[in-house]
Write a protein that binds this ligand. Structure first.
Ligand code: PLP
Length: 472
């Protein structure tokens, strides 16, 4: 119910009487001002329990976050143990067992490729830190290259919501309202999307060659020695729906960065930390980035945490330069978040969960293709590991997408969560110029079983059939 109208301010000074309307009961500014989301009161393994008693199968781990499932007693114990040592200490003067342990595990997981970790609280913050680190690197090396202020990113990408990270992102809907506030030192090239991007008789090799030429041309256009870094997600998550690149693409991109002396930043916030069947998504690509961002699966949702990892080249630049990264945040390397993430990482290793991602990922992919691959409105099923996207089309042959107004992805996800089906899916809408496509994303926990996958696939199939039957 709306509170009574305000007639005085907090100093008891009368103010004009206004009609106060608060759309819903929650004091939180939820995404939808007119409908509060359901409240989760318990979570265990693959399931969420809502306050109305509904039990929901979490087939997405939120947005590819809950990688070991919910309610781990081990993680709770690790958090408590870190709290016994210290909940917080400022990174300017102090460090903690949680932060040191986590950074060591992360660096060691890169087979010597990465030299240090910088730990923050969200993927967006990680992108901001990566951008600043790249810039600072060129100021610190000898001779310095202060003219390097630009970044080249890709269309149909999402790198975060803060202004720097959003400037990198090609996600038009998320940028639109803030466009005048975004950085003008970022330009973008085409995404790599074999389903949507390949032309006529083009082979994969032709396609990769064309995209390489486009990146090369963009370096030339903006001035090759003005670019700090090329930025890309190895498997595009929210913006495209789990789109991996064909073999050779990232090697070719890295070669162009090398040609012009720029860094390569890989954004693994969504697709990294085991999600794609290797600890790091770049392990599929036969090359290593200079800086990578990680998030989501790093802490498995037990605490807000993300990080960047930097290679020896970047570290060496700073080491021989000022010896300090001019970037800091109150909660960087937060002891409790780090302790939670460290335990998640230990569980992943001790229970061989990355191997399980590969095995169960193959099973999820083949089951999805068998169950819905022939559906006339399923255009593409693609992904890697336990990170799968289903793209919907109006016409399978022409790949014509549905109009945006049809809100297909949202309709599917809303229907899936209905008590009749009770399962999460993560909806998304294509973001390219002139093209609006719909997809939903599936990203179950790394310890998912055959039974749960069967349930996910059956539910997905039933929801898709019902929704498209209704609109046909
Ligand atoms: N980068 C990628 C690839 C993402 O998918 C996201 C979030 O979805 C981000 C960055 C931003 O992460 P956060 O939402 O934790 O700030």
């Amino acid at each position: 119910m709306a509170p009574s109208a305000i007639t005085t301010d907090h100093n008891d000074i009368p103010v004009a009487k206004v009609d106060v309307h608060i759309p819903t009961g929650s004091a939180i500014l939820h995404r939808d001002l007119h409908q509060d989301p359901s409240k989760v009161v318990r979570a265990s393994g693959n399931y969420l329990t809502l306050s109305n008693g509904q039990v929901v199968l979490d087939a997405t781990g939120g947005a590819a976050v809950s990688c070991i499932g919910h309610g781990s007693q081990r993680v709770k114990n690790a958090i408590a143990a870190q709290l016994d040592e210290t909940a917080y200490c400022h990174s300017l003067f102090f460090t903690s067992s949680g932060a040191e342990g986590l950074a060591r595990v992360l660096v060691d997981s890169t087979h010597g490729e990465m030299a240090k970790a910088f730990i923050v609280s969200s993927g967006s913050e990680a992108m901001e830190a990566a951008m600043k680190l790249a810039r600072q690197y060129y100021l610190e090396i000898s001779p310095a290259q202060p003219q390097r202020t630009r970044f080249i990113a890709r269309n149909e990408s999402y790198h975060g919501t803060t202004l720097g990270a959003l400037s990198m992102s090609g996600h038009r809907a998320r940028r639109a309202k803030f466009e005048p506030m975004l950085l003008d030192n970022v330009s973008r090239v085409s995404a790599c999307n074999t389903y949507r991007g390949m032309r006529g008789s083009e082979t994969v090799e032709d396609y990769v060659a064309r995209l390489s030429q486009e990146l090369d041309d963009e370096f030339q256009r903006v001035g090759p020695d003005t670019v700090c870094a090329f930025v890309a997600e190895p498997v595009v998550g929210a913006a495209l729906g789990c789109v991996p690149s064909p073999p050779g693409y990232f090697k070719a991109m890295k070669a162009i960065c090398k040609k012009y002396g720029a860094l390569l930043i890989m954004d693994e916030v969504m697709c990294g930390m085991g999600r794609c069947g290797t600890f790091h998504a770049w392990e599929h690509e036969g090359m290593v980035p200079d800086i990578q961002t990680i998030g989501k699966g790093l802490g498995g949702g037990y605490a807000p945490i993300a990080a960047i990892l930097m290679n020896h080249r970047v570290l060496d630049g700073l080491d021989k330069g000022s010896g300090s990264f001019v970037h800091g945040q109150t909660y960087q390397g937060h002891p409790v978040s780090c302790a939670a993430a460290l335990e998640v990482q230990k569980i992943i290793r001790e229970e061989s969960l990355v191997e399980n991602v590969r095995v169960m990922g193959d099973y999820l992919s083949s089951s999805l293709k068998a169950r819905i691959g022939n559906h006339p409105n399923v255009g593409d099923i693609r992904g890697r590991g336990l990170f799968w996207g289903i793209e919907f089309v109006k016409c399978k042959a022409s790949r014509e997408p549905f109009p945006a107004a049809a809100k297909i992805a949202n309709t599917i996800s809303t229907r899936a969560i209905d008590p009749k089906y009770s399962m999460t899916t993560y909806p998304g809408t294509g973001t390219a110029d002139g093209y609006v496509g719909d997809h939903v994303l599936l990203a179950p926990a790394y310890n998912v079983t055959h039974d749960i996958i069967d349930k996910i696939v059956d539910t997905m199939g039933a929801v898709i059939e019902e929704v498209f039957q209704e609109i046909s």
